[in-house]
Design a protein around this ligand. Structure first.
Ligand SMILES: Cc1cc2nc3c(=O)[nH]c(=O)nc-3n(C[C@H](O)[C@H](O)[C@H](O)COP(=O)(O)OP(=O)(O)OC[C@H]3O[C@@H](n4cnc5c(N)ncnc54)[C@H](O)[C@@H]3O)c2cc1C
Length: 563
């Protein structure tokens, strides 16, 4: 993949800027004279600059577990930089001067000014950054190693986290990798310590949490604890990312807090075929990373592996407290925390999560069950998509639903694909009753309600696609919720609900505003929402115009935005 990218898209990965384009960059940067052998950036260093070669040359070197690799030599007109440059987080390559000369250096704020104001340069730079990251990911080359086992849920969890955050790492399977003994000895760890992450400087993290990983690998930009943000968006699924893109592009100071990785539920979808503008479909991961980059481009600060624990709503500015005890203040809040799959009430199920029971059907899971029989539980669109996608690589897919059929819950196009597929069997009025296995899942028992017959099958992979509950516990009494815990907004807040919630304003709540002025809810977490990507994106986008209004109300001053 890395060599395919280089072969086919070299000109876009390493575009040469014209004299006119460089002249447009000049006022944003400073000229630096370089000497042969100078190191301009090391892997792991944050706040790197975009470096445009004016004369001389630069070597781009990627250190990895197998030694250094020379990725490219940059000549006049070329530029060094990557997505991490835009975010201000540590990068992955060393930049060494091979021939003395001059570079034009732009810091991250100036770079952001350029990509926001110069459409032509923005396209060239953003495309190069995206392709460079894709190349890094595909190269299989990184200083960061994940040592684990395909039979370990913890390993899968960390692998998913790094993958969904587009972080390059090398995966070493302690069960099969030939060089593993030497590695374990070198870092003085044992197989009992897995999952183990070896960081850039050789630091060893035994069974780290995703928060440990994000901290050690410096995956986030700093958050100024004293700042009062215009807007905090909680959740970076489609709704939260859309809100962040619109708000940041309209000049608001936006902080996004995301529990895991950008993309939310959509990020775990193998192929989305009904989102406008993608006639051949798009993977959730690709959609999420594009949206994430767009939010960065406009200057939103997205903090991953960062969970909102509580909303402090007794006074304004409001404060969002995170699980690690930090408090961030803000004029307005957008709740975009989405929903979570319901777990089935089956004994031993938690034991198999990640080692045979999955809540997502991406390429990662598809690889694990290639050529094997699998079960998909659920009758909604996500179950249908998973079944059709997995049928492409698995031997047989059994769909289990409690209902009489799929017509009430699944889109017609998916039902047709399931019916036409020779290796998918639909079992209606059927439920899983037991999961068994020693290290990982080995057998599944299910029972037909129609016949009363139970069957045991030697199946090691179950995909649970069984509906969702809202992530609204952190709101603790601040906003009005419906009986299932979804957040009520706008017209769903009649006078008696507003009175019960002590609504203080003389106006009624805006569309998407909760029972607390200045706090909005969008996407799947919102009561009555249509559980679709397009509607989540739409709500996240629309909501921003009301954020301007409440900020204006709150500050008593005119907003910079005219609408
Ligand atoms: C496998 C799958 C396939 C799908 N396919 C399609 C499809 O093809 N077409 C379609 O239209 N829809 C599809 N959907 C539905 C669609 O993905 C959702 O409707 C959409 O993702 C909802 O977006 P959201 O931003 O509201 O919430 P979510 O996507 O749920 O995102 C919420 C985010 O908030 C974060 N979060 C939660 N709690 C906290 C907290 N306390 N602090 C910080 N962050 C928090 C979560 O980690 C998550 O990233 C699919 C869903 C799944 C699961």
């Amino acid at each position: 993949m890395a060599s395919y990218l280089l072969e086919h898209r070299r000109e876009q990965i390493f575009p040469k800027l014209t004299t006119q384009q460089i002249a447009r960059l000049e006022p944003h940067g400073v000229r630096i004279d370089t000497r042969a052998g100078d190191i301009l950036a090391e892997p792991g260093e944050g706040h790197r600059k975009l470096l445009v070669v004016l004369s001389g040359s630069l070597e781009i070197i990627q250190p990895g577990t197998q030694g250094d690799e020379l990725l490219n030599i940059l000549l006049p007109g070329d530029f060094a930089g990557e997505l991490s440059t835009l975010r201000g987080v540590p990068g992955f390559v060393r930049i060494r001067v091979s021939a003395a000369g001059t570079v034009l250096a732009l810091d991250e704020d100036s770079l952001r000014d350029v990509v926001q104001s110069d459409a032509e340069l923005s396209e060239i730079i953003m495309r190069a950054f995206i392709l460079r990251r894709m190349g890094l990911l595909a190269s299989g080359h990184s200083e960061v190693m994940l040592l684990g086992s395909r039979h370990s849920g913890g390993t899968l969890h960390l692998g998913e986290f790094l993958t969904r955050n587009g972080f390059p790492y090398v995966n070493i399977d302690v069960d099969t990798d030939p060089g593993v003994e030497a590695l374990l000895e070198r870092f003085q760890v044992t197989a009992a310590d897995i999952p183990i992450v070896i960081g850039r400087g050789g630091e060893v993290l035994r069974k780290p949490s995703i928060q440990d990983l994000a901290r050690e690998l410096q995956m986030n930009r700093e958050i100024d604890p004293d700042k009062i943000h215009d807007l905090i968006v909680v959740g970076a699924g489609p709704a939260g990312l859309a809100a962040a893109v619109y708000a940041a592009s309209e000049g608001l100071d936006v902080l996004v807090i995301e529990d895991t990785a950008p993309g939310g539920q959509a990020g775990s979808s193998s192929r989305i075929e009904n989102y406008l503008g993608f006639p051949t479909g798009i993977s959730g991961q690709a959609l999420a990373s594009r949206a994430f980059m767009q939010a960065q481009k406009f200057g939103a600060n997205v903090s991953i592996a960062c969970s909102a624990k509580q909303l402090h709503c007794d006074q304004r500015p409001y404060a969002v407290e995170t699980a690690d005890g930090r408090r961030m203040q803000t004029g307005a809040v957008i709740i975009a925390t989405g929903a979570q799959y319901r777990e089935l009430n089956i004994e031993d199920l938690p034991r198999f999560i990640g080692t045979g029971v999955y809540y997502a059907a991406t390429h990662l899971e598809a690889k694990l069950c290639e050529g094997e029989d699998i079960v998909v539980v659920g009758g909604g669109n996500s179950a249908g998509q998973a079944a059709v996608f997995l049928a492409g690589t698995c031997r047989h897919v059994h769909i289990l639903v409690r209902a009489d059929g799929l017509a009430q819950s699944m889109s017609r196009y998916l039902i047709r694909r399931i019916e036409e597929s020779r290796n998918i069997t639909l079992h209606t009025r059927t439920e899983i009753t037991a999961l068994t296995g020693t290290d990982g899942l080995e057998r599944v028992r299910w029972r037909s309600q129609s016949s009363g017959v139970s069957e045991m099958h030697a199946i090691g992979h179950v995909f649970l696609m069984t509906g969702a509950t809202p992530n609204s516990k952190w709101l603790q009494g601040c906003v009005s919720l419906d009986d299932k815990g979804f957040v009520r907004t706008g017209l769903d807040l009649p006078a008696q609900h507003l009175a019960a919630a002590h609504w203080p304003a003389s106006r009624p709540p805006f569309l998407l505003e909760t029972s607390l002025p200045g706090v909005f809810a969008v996407g799947d977490v919102r009561s009555g929402s249509v559980k679709r990507i397009a509607s989540a994106v739409g709500e996240g986008s629309i909501c921003v115009q009301f954020v301007h209004r409440v900020l204006r109300e709150f500050s008593g001053a005119e907003s910079a935005i005219a609408y």
